[in-house]
Write a protein that binds this ligand. Structure first.
Ligand code: PLP
Length: 431
């Protein structure tokens, strides 16, 4: 069972005795699980036996989602969390913990820029921002003794700039540094970054994975190839009580105990267990159902987005369309290499006129919902400078191309002609 469409429906869940043969993964709405007898309880707590104890650490519905997304991304394991931002910050903190530095572009989702530039520094984790993450000389010039990871979006929101993962990963690995990517926009249907050398993949499952705008969630997937004991990451080589048995005098570090799974185990055992941003079983269930149609939804959205982007290039009030899928940008070769099935359903465009014209376009759309989200079955419109990238400092906003005359679209599953007609009338009516 290796094909993506089959895995999207079946991976991670068996309708067997364990689940009373329920065809669809059930919602296990239970905070805790019976430990059985004292010996079983002790073995579960020691991690010697697979099973569930308490839903802050693991839950069977959430487990099915974790296994399914890990299979779809080609990872060795995953941990689902309460939101995409929990996934981003847990992954960055787990790599940067204890005074590390992260190299990143500013062309990122607004809250990720704020986390790296403003908030994580309060916890001793600092960012080195680069202008162009695909410029290997610029990236290499930022690598120092405390650098732990490079973080970027595989398709940036809202520019749709594409990440050249393979050479970046080769550079990072030469220096013993990990590559963490946010694969939210393309979803694993359009891109599987681990196959190109990424070490850790994060998602906001709120978007394309769930696909209906009805559940906030996030997930971290571990590719299982990175050596976290290479000397740059003291958190993986120090002995820790939570995975040791002091009564037996046995002490372990995450690296020594879990080897290639050290990162994802630390995310669950330290981050999820301590900071507790769990994904609810109900949201995991919605994501599991959403994933069943991921290939079909995304294929249609890519086809519609491509037609809309092309159509917008002919509108006299549209001065620029950002959609790497158009095949007209300097990134064309990268798009062909990494995205043979398209770059996804978001795009942005710039219009002439004043901020008043931008407001009138937003208010004039009838089919597009004015919603700060992406990857929904509904088509959405937003003005990033005021909404999704509001917390980004002006200079970084400019560097990411987020100007006041920019509008971002997330294309849904409506009829393409209806969507084009709606945009045409909204733009025409705004001037
Ligand atoms: N990463 C990207 C690329 C996003 O677009 C978003 C949200 O828009 C996030 C992360 C954060 O996800 P969430 O809203 O689920 O926390």
């Amino acid at each position: 069972m290796t094909n993506f469409r089959t895995q999207a429906i079946h991976a991670g869940y068996e309708p067997n005795d364990e689940h009373d043969h329920a065809a669809v993964p059930p919602i296990y709405a239970s905070a805790a699980f019976n430990l059985g007898d004292a010996l079983r309880g002790d073995a579960l707590a020691a991690g010697e036996l697979d099973g569930f104890e308490y839903s802050r650490v693991a839950n069977p519905t959430v487990d099915a989602l974790e296994r399914r997304v890990a299979a779809l991304e080609g990872g060795i394991g995953a941990v689902a969390v309460g939101s995409g931002m929990a996934a981003v910050t847990y992954a960055l903190m787990c790599a940067g913990e204890g005074g590390g530095r992260i190299i990143a572009p500013t062309d990122l989702y607004g809250a990720s820029v704020d986390a790296l530039g403003d908030f994580l520094p309060q916890f001793g984790i600092h960012a080195d921002f680069v202008k162009d993450i695909n410029d290997l000389d610029e990236v290499e010039s930022k690598i120092g003794p405390d650098t732990r990871a490079i973080f970027a979006e595989t398709v940036a929101n809202p520019s749709t700039e594409v990440l050249d993962i393979e050479p970046l990963a080769a550079l990072a690995h030469r220096h013993g540094i990990a590559v963490i990517v946010d694969n939210t926009v393309p979803t694993p249907y359009l891109l599987r970054p681990i196959e190109f050398g990424a070490d850790i993949v994060v998602h906001s499952t709120t978007k394309g994975i769930t696909g209906h705008g009805n559940a906030i969630g996030g997930i971290i997937v571990d590719g299982g190839h990175f050596d976290w004991t290479n000397g740059r990451f003291p958190q993986f080589t120090m002995r820790q009580q939570v995975i040791s048995d002091d009564r037996a005098g046995e002490w372990h570090s995450f690296g020594e105990k879990y080897g290639s799974a050290a990162f994802i185990k630390r995310i669950r055992i330290k981050y999820l267990r301590t900071f507790g941003a769990v994904q609810s079983p109900f949201n995991a269930y919605l994501s599991l159902v959403g994933l069943e149609t991921l290939p079909q939804r995304v294929s249609q959205q890519v086809a519609t987005a491509t037609r809309i982007a092309e159509h917008l290039t002919h509108n006299p009030h549209v001065t620029k369309v950002n959609y790497s899928g158009l095949g007209t940008t300097p990134q064309y070769e990268l798009v062909r290499k990494y995205f043979p099935n398209g770059v996804g359903q978001i795009m942005s465009f710039l219009v002439d006129g004043s901020p008043e014209n931008v407001r009138r376009i937003i208010d004039g759309t009838k089919l597009f919902s004015y919603v700060p989200n992406i990857g929904d079955a509904r088509s959405l419109i937003v003005d990033p400078a005021h909404i999704t990238h509001r917390e980004v400092p002006a200079e970084a906003r400019r560097a990411a191309g987020v100007t006041d005359n920019m509008l971002r679209l997330s294309i849904g599953l409506e009829d393409v002609d209806d969507l084009i007609a709606d945009l045409d009338q909204a733009i025409a009516g705004a001037y």
